[in-house]
Design a protein around this ligand. Structure first.
Ligand SMILES: [Zn+2]
Ligand SMILES: [Zn+2]
Length: 391
């Protein structure tokens, strides 16, 4: 029997935190994760594994050669295009406009840790583990590119983890079925006829039409969607005009659509088209609606979700579906379109920390969650493969 898990984990804990801080300090956005990819590959190679590049800046590594199930575990590795406001952090981002404000630095270090420990017990694995280090989760979406490159070939199930800063440290949250929303970006161009602002009767005012459209769009969720269905339509930008005394020719708007089912999504997009064009026509203008679907609904499968929940109950004691499903989106949804699996959240909240939410400028991954995450990955593998890899 190998070393106890806590001993093996304690031996690499500092290394994993250092790796997390290094990735945090040098953040890279979608499909530009060159340095991050090299750091992941170096750590895995050092452990005796044979990582390979996938989808440009992603990494895939296989561990074990048993005939048992092949489980894929995924971490996202990209940063956000935003500026960090954590002046107290010695490892704060060195790159203006780029920062790990969603914790993908922590997810990456955690999965590297699982890889290092699995390398030491590789010959005891009854099946195979494939680690997926995925680029571009924050956009434009690295998951479909990795799938296209064959990362799920031979894989039976796929699992993904995300931190949840507001939940207590180590508390697991997940739900079977729809867990996160499909997301689309909408843009609407309202065209009228510009004119001197003192002579509105001679023009067609796209500003007034746009204002009515913004208001009318809010009827879709309240009047058309079933009251039990959680959806969102938000207009988030609106631009038009240059001068206080000129009615402009056009106004452009953009926003987001979130839904938890294909049916709701189809209903909402059809209504947006009808409401925007109809309202514009009523105001003597025209509207062009463009909708760009980004990620599908993330749907966890029942058996794999039950496994994650049972392991979490045994390891942490706390499991809940509080605040789920949520209307955030995740490109892990693409993996679940191809294989059964489960996406789950681990709480990172602790007293004495800000516990700022993901995408906040003062967010920072909780280093204490790294050991917990590694432990959970290994316990999940042991439970699914019915094997004791560590004492
Ligand atoms: Zn994010
Ligand atoms: Zn994220």
């Amino acid at each position: 029997m190998s070393a106890p898990l806590h001993t093996a984990l304690a031996a690499i804990s500092d290394e994993l935190i250092a790796l997390r801080h290094d990735i945090h300090r040098w953040p890279e956005p979608g499909f530009e994760e060159v340095r991050t990819q090299a750091a992941i590959m170096a750590a895995l190679s050092e452990a005796g594994l044979s990582p390979r590049a996938c989808a440009g800046t992603g990494v895939v590594v296989d561990i074990g050669s048993g005939d048992g199930p092949c489980l894929a575990l995924r971490a996202d590795i990209d940063c956000l295009r935003m500026t960090e406001a954590n002046p107290h952090l010695p490892y704060r981002s060195e790159r203006d406009g780029l920062a790990h404000m969603c914790g993908h630095d922590g997810h990456t270090a955690t999965l590297v840790g699982a890889g290092i420990l699995l390398a030491g017990v590789e010959d005891r694995l009854p099946g195979r583990i494939r680690l997926l280090f995925q680029p571009a989760e924050e956009g434009p979406g690295g998951a479909p590119v990795m799938i296209e490159a064959g990362c799920l070939e031979g894989v039976d199930e796929v699992y993904g983890m995300h931190n949840w800063p507001a939940a207590p440290l180590g508390a697991l949250r997940t739900i079977s079925g729809p867990c996160m929303a499909t997301v689309a970006e909408m843009s609407i161009t309202v065209t009228g006829k510009g004119v001197h602002a003192s002579q509105p009767q001679d023009g067609q005012d796209p500003v007034l039409a746009a204002a009515h459209i913004v208001t009318a769009l809010q009827s879709i969720i309240s009047r058309n969607v079933h009251y039990q269905d959680r959806c969102v339509v938000s207009v988030t930008t609106i631009h038009g005009g240059e001068a206080f005394n000129v009615i402009p020719d056009t106004v452009t708007m953009s926003g987001t659509i979130r839904a938890l089912s294909e049916e709701s999504y189809d209903l909402i997009t059809a209504r947006i088209e009808a409401v925007a064009t109809g309202t514009a026509t009523a105001m003597g203008c025209s509207a062009q609606v463009l909708i760009n679907r980004m990620y599908p609904v993330l749907v966890n499968t029942p058996k794999e979700t039950a496994l994650v929940e049972s392991v979490a109950r045994a390891v942490f004691g706390t499991v809940s579906d509080e605040l789920l499903p949520m209307l955030g989106a995740e490109d892990f949804a693409f993996f679940l379109q191809h294989r059964p699996g489960c996406f789950f959240f681990l709480g990172g909240g602790e007293s004495g920390r800000s516990n700022a939410i993901c995408h906040a400028t003062n967010y920072d991954y909780n280093d204490n969650l790294i050991d917990i995450g590694v432990r959970f990955w290994l316990k999940l593998i042991e439970a699914r493969m019915d094997v004791a890899l560590f004492t």
